[in-house]
Write a protein that binds this ligand. Structure first.
Ligand code: GLA
Length: 409
């Protein structure tokens, strides 16, 4: 679907649900994680790209103090008061929308100036590691700002779109919404990527210093092929937060050894220190930490490789990342491993890894630009042969981040 078709689908849903026309349209992309798996909440390094698969939100302000949302994908709706927003059952989509309103209001220190009604349509596969949730958050936030519901300095800057400092503020607001309202201990990767995306660029972020860069993918850049294993999981299902706790157990060990101020996050521990303390550490937790610290290193090397256009090296780092996730972080699955294995033998293959939280969903593949279709065909057949399921294969492009605009009357 083109972004225009997606927007039209949400506009039709809006008219059917509320009557009358939507006045504002916003959209935000999903993302792939290229390197830096589970490094973000450890204060580490990540490399990602926003991809040209979007969530669209259209709507208008309305009198009263209530938010209304209709989600075309689920044929479901939600209404909630702007004051004292309550979280719904764990793992349900309205929490993401309510959470954005909650966190924006917290950041503004005031309620939105009025109510709103919106319709949402999305094409980012759900629960698949492409961060449909961050694209929903970013699109909702851009809708609210463009509709003038969160006035003041912050809002105008965000919508200006050219102030990266303001965009970073917004990314943090959205992360807070996911951490404190939705209840997932995630890092900044997803929200950052959906907001900062740029066409034909990869994104680098140091999650501790918040230093970032948009790194050109080259011309012609590699194809980014997303393969969906057709298995899914919910981020709030507990495994993610368990990994968070396992990483923090290692942090606690080093805090006790080196002092609270010296070690705040896993980022503050070096690989050499981890190896030296290996026998003192819990056998599961130390593997988790080794994954995170070696990932940071792969990100550093990946940025350097991309800057000199060494796609073979960049691809090899991506594949090494998958092996580390599989063996040390143990967040892969037989389905994801099978997809990676099939990809390795396909034409144009440069590298493949799971994307995002893991355990199910998608792999991200770096492929020689002129081989993307052949590659996709080979993966479709190979995966079907191994698992008896046809994967969805999406040939993607690195895309611009979230945007919003008024619709013509
Ligand atoms: C999910 C989270 C991100 C990040 C990745 C793993 O996508 O939302 O913050 O932790 O998993 O790298």
């Amino acid at each position: 679907m083109t972004p225009a078709e997606l927007e039209a689908a949400s506009a039709r849903a809006f008219e059917a649900e509320y009557g009358g026309r939507a006045e504002v349209a916003a959209r935000a992309p999903g993302r792939v994680e290229l390197l830096g798996n589970h490094t973000d909440y450890n204060g580490g390094l990540v490399m990602a790209a926003a991809v040209d698969r979007y969530t669209a939100v259209v709507g208008r302000a309305r009198p009263g103090r209530e938010g209304r949302v209709y989600a075309a994908n689920f044929e479901g709706s939600a209404r909630f008061p702007l004051a004292e927003i309550e979280r719904g059952p764990v793992g349900t989509w309205p929490n993401y929308v309510k959470g954005v309103v909650w966190a924006l209001q917290e950041a503004l220190g005031a309620e939105l100036t009025g109510g709103f009604e919106t319709a949402i349509a999305g094409e980012v596969p759900l629960g698949a590691g492409l961060s449909s949730s961050a694209s929903l958050q970013a699109a909702v936030a851009f809708f609210l700002l463009e509709a003038g519901l969160a006035p003041g300095k912050t809002a105008t800057q965000h919508i200006g779109g050219d102030s990266d400092a303001a965009l970073m503020d917004l990314a943090m607001v959205l992360r807070r919404s996911e951490n404190e309202f939705v209840g997932v201990s995630s890092g900044l990767l997803d929200q950052f990527s959906s907001l900062f995306g740029r066409e034909d660029h990869a994104l680098f972020l140091d999650c501790q210093s918040l230093e970032f860069a948009r790194v050109p993918l080259g011309s012609p850049g590699p194809a980014i092929v997303v393969c969906d294993s057709k298995t899914s999981r919910k981020l709030a299902d507990g495994m993610y937060n368990r990994r968070f706790a396992e990483c923090n157990a290692v942090v606690d060990h080093f805090k006790a050894k080196k002092g609270e101020d010296a070690v705040r996050l896993l980022r503050d521990v070096s690989l050499a220190e981890l190896e030296a303390a290996w026998d003192e550490l819990d056998p599961t937790c130390r593997k988790r930490a080794r994954h995170v610290l070696t990932e940071n290193d792969r990100v550093r090397q990946g940025v350097a490789a991309l800057r000199i256009g060494d796609l073979k090296r960049f691809g090899a780092l991506i594949s090494a990342s998958h092996a580390s996730s599989r063996d040390d972080f143990e967040n892969s699955s037989p389905a994801l491993d099978a997809l990676v294995e099939v990809a390795e033998g396909a034409p144009g293959f440069l590298g493949a890894k799971l994307s995002g939280a893991g355990w199910a969903g998608c792999t991200v593949n770096l492929v020689e630009p002129d081989k993307a279709e052949e590659f996709a065909e080979a993966v479709r057949h190979g995966y079907f042969r191994l698992r008896g399921v046809a994967p969805d294969v999406h040939v993607c492009r690195a895309a611009d981040g979230a945007s919003a605009r008024p619709l013509d009357a």
